[in-house]
Design a protein. Structure first.
Length: 308
């Protein structure tokens, strides 16, 4: 089946993004979406984006940033959506081809209905490209010093996962990280231990793949994430309203050398079946970020390379 490639622009203005309402003469009329259009034969995604945005809105896009690529089906027809973030442009957006334009809050879009393929974008926009997992068992050096340096460089989402630590040691370690958090802007999730997450007032809980299928009442307002290893796991994470998930292993890992990795093709196939932000995990390095995003992932998760 032939796949139609489409370039999509996400205009970002502080905490707001621009949505357009599809006109009556088009399929899915009345639905809201991000502006953009089909990529012509021989055209690169960025070229198509710049052309389409100028035609639709009268806006000249400057230095768009390539972001996620997602496969989505509309009326059983496959579309490959190339999402770009747009932070700089010339001219005020005009209503040339749409019924309405509106700037909406990233966290609470005030329009409805939004095209299904665009719904995951709102869930993903607030997430960073990397999800760091602590690994004191292998770390050599002053971890808290290294953590501060990484936070200063932009690290903003951390999972505390220390299976080798005893309860008291883990709580002390976690509190030290939270002490640093009081001076910097980042989020901390606790792996699989809801009691500890509550007790130390962590930002969230990261469920392991077994906990996905258990009834665990995560408090409202607390971030809920999950580790997944299959499409069934991911669909379960989506069902219980996780904010995001990890899918692994994509590549071979030191911690599970006997487990066969799924590879990027299978990863992409699985990720495109759900509407939940997913991080790629397993042998990930920072230079895998763009590849992960081109396969539908919001970014990578790592417990080794990310601390180097």
């Amino acid at each position: 089946m032939k796949i139609t490639n489409v370039s999509v622009g996400i205009f970002v203005n502080q905490s707001k993004v621009l949505l357009v309402k599809r006109p009556l003469n088009r399929p899915w009329h009345g639905w809201w979406e991000f502006p953009g259009g089909k990529i012509k034969l021989g055209e690169k995604p960025q070229e198509a984006l710049i052309r389409e945005i100028k035609e639709e809105l009268g806006v000249i896009v400057e230095k768009p940033v390539k972001w996620l690529t997602r496969l989505h089906y509309y009326d059983n027809q496959p579309f490959r959506l190339h999402f770009f973030k747009i932070f700089s442009w010339k001219n005020t957006p005009l209503m040339r081809e749409h019924d309405e334009l509106k700037w909406v809050d990233i966290n609470k879009p005030s329009v409805n209905p939004i095209l299904p393929a665009n719904q995951i974008i709102f869930k993903s926009l607030a997430l960073p490209t990397t999800y760091a997992i602590t690994n004191m068992n292998e770390f050599k050096g002053n971890f808290m010093f290294a953590l501060k340096k990484h936070i200063e460089l932009g690290m903003s989402l951390i999972q505390i996962r220390e299976k080798e630590m005893k309860n008291m040691e883990l709580e002390i370690f976690s509190k030290k990280i939270l002490d640093i958090k009081s001076k910097y802007q980042f989020k901390v999730l606790i792996n699989s231990n809801l009691d500890l997450a509550r007790r130390i007032n962590a930002d969230g809980l990261h469920l392991n793949s077994n906990q996905l299928y258990q009834k665990i009442d995560v408090p409202k307002g607390m971030i809920k994430a999950a580790s997944c290893h299959s499409i069934d796991d991911l669909k379960q994470a989506e069902k219980i309203s996780c904010d995001f998930a990890l899918l692994s292993p994509v590549k071979k890992t030191l911690s599970h050398p006997k487990i066969k990795p799924m590879g990027w093709y299978q990863f992409q196939k699985i990720v495109n079946q759900v509407q939940i932000p997913v991080y790629a995990l397993g042998g990930m390095r920072t230079d895998d970020i763009k590849k992960a995003q081109s396969r539908g992932s919001v970014g990578i998760a790592s417990q080794r390379a990310i601390w180097n």
